[in-house]
Design a binder for this molecule. Structure first.
Ligand SMILES: [Fe+2]
Ligand SMILES: [Fe+2]
Ligand SMILES: [Fe+2]
Ligand SMILES: [Fe+2]
Length: 404
């Protein structure tokens, strides 16, 4: 009996010890898995931020300033994700988690970097965040769910823009048609290149508070695109103006001058078309120039002087500058289009000057040639064909367009 009592006592003691052991086990921490996931997300986002800063720097080195601007924006966007996750972590009692930042290197091929960036974002929004959201939901931590959800949606936007930029870069080999301005939401890291709504599509913040990243630096290529647009605008307006001058000359009974301006009005259209083709080859489709309202003076001398001033500006100031920039940008098609137009403008100005002198000395245009020719390729103006080939572009003069 004594033995039995001892046995019972020993068993009871074990039971007590066992239960004591059990109660000494750490009680499960609230949101334990979510805390680990927040740390993982902070590490991922911090590394993405550093990676994009390096991609931005590399893009700048490669002269891809618009892509550099985009990556500068997303580098900041990822910091916003880091800070949002850190705030949730703090609420869960973990202060100042310090993530490990790896050593990131950018590829010299920007397409490769964009592909890497797309892969990273895609992993985050298709695998990582959906899993983290599921766990945080199960652990009932709404602030973590929200932080993960916002980051996930922002990453989808990043990937979408990277993909579009990659396609532009792959098809054109440059980034001149990539947006120069990028915006990020200060709350959720949403990325946009144009603000079209008043509230952030992800988190609802007023888009007036979006942070702007702007590339103010024009590469020679971008400058050439702007110059082509400027040249198209100038030439289109010159064409419209000469049509108006031609009409006015007709009204004034100056039929030979009317014919000459009809010819140069067409010549300027040839310059427009040539520049548009170069612009199109650079990936810029359908540039629509603004045509001003042109009025002719009743004094034809005044109109000729205006025409000479316009041509002189083009061949002494505008085109030499445009050629210089296009040469630096290494765009031979733009250089050639500018050079041909420049030389054609010299021929226009030369003839206008001769006609002006006739009009001033005789008061009429009866000794002005009644037939004018323009080169269909470069807009060269002649009143007599003495050569087999266009002196500017070499086209067979048999193809010159006749005005009489
Ligand atoms: Fe992110
Ligand atoms: Fe991202
Ligand atoms: Fe022209
Ligand atoms: Fe001209």
């Amino acid at each position: 009996m004594k033995k039995f009592n001892l046995l019972v006592s020993v068993i009871m003691l074990f039971a007590v010890l066992l239960s004591a052991c059990k109660s000494n086990e750490p009680t499960p921490i609230v949101g334990e898995k979510t805390i680990e996931n927040l740390k993982a997300a902070i590490t991922g986002e911090s590394n993405a931020s550093v990676l994009y800063a390096i991609f931005s720097q590399k893009a700048k080195e490669l002269g891809l300033n618009n892509i550099a601007t985009m990556f500068a924006a997303t580098s900041e966007a990822e910091k916003i994700h880091v800070n949002a996750h850190q705030a949730v972590l703090k609420e869960l009692g973990v202060n100042n988690f310090v993530p490990v930042i790896e050593n990131h290197i950018a590829n010299n091929d920007m397409a490769k970097n964009l592909e890497d960036a797309i892969a990273g974002e895609t992993y985050e929004f298709t695998e990582m965040y959906p899993k983290f959201i599921e766990v945080a939901t199960a652990e009932n931590i709404p602030d973590a769910v929200r932080s993960f959800e916002r980051a996930m949606k922002a990453e989808m936007g990043h990937a979408k823009h990277y993909q579009a930029v990659l396609e532009i870069f792959q098809s054109l080999g440059h980034d001149a048609t990539v947006s120069k301005t990028w915006y990020i939401c200060p709350t959720c890291g949403d990325l946009e290149f144009a603000i079209t709504v008043t509230r952030c599509p992800i988190c609802g913040v007023n888009t007036e508070n979006f942070i702007e990243f702007k590339n103010d630096e024009l590469t020679p290529l971008e400058e050439t695109i702007e110059n082509l647009k400027a040249a198209i605008t100038g030439e289109s307006n010159a064409s419209a103006m000469y049509a108006v001058f031609s009409q006015k000359a007709k009204e004034l009974g100056l039929h030979n001058i009317a014919t000459m301006f009809a010819a140069t009005s067409e010549a300027e259209k040839i310059h427009v078309d040539a520049h548009q083709m170069v612009l199109k080859a650079l990936g810029v489709g359908n540039f629509e120039p603004v045509i001003e309202n042109h009025i002719a003076d009743n004094d034809m001398v005044k109109n000729l002087e205006d025409a000479i001033a316009g041509e002189t500006y083009e061949f002494t100031v505008m085109y030499p500058k445009f050629i210089e920039v296009a040469t630096a940008a290494n765009i031979p098609d733009a250089v050639r289009s500018f050079e041909r137009a420049m030389k054609a403008e010299m021929s226009h100005a030369e003839h206008y000057q001769a006609v002006l002198e006739i009009l001033q000395s005789t008061g009429n245009d009866s000794t002005v040639p009644g037939t004018w020719y323009i080169c269909p390729t470069c807009g060269d103006l002649e009143f007599v064909i003495t050569l087999a080939r266009c002196p500017i572009c070499g086209v067979n003069t048999g193809n010159f367009i006749v005005f009489n």
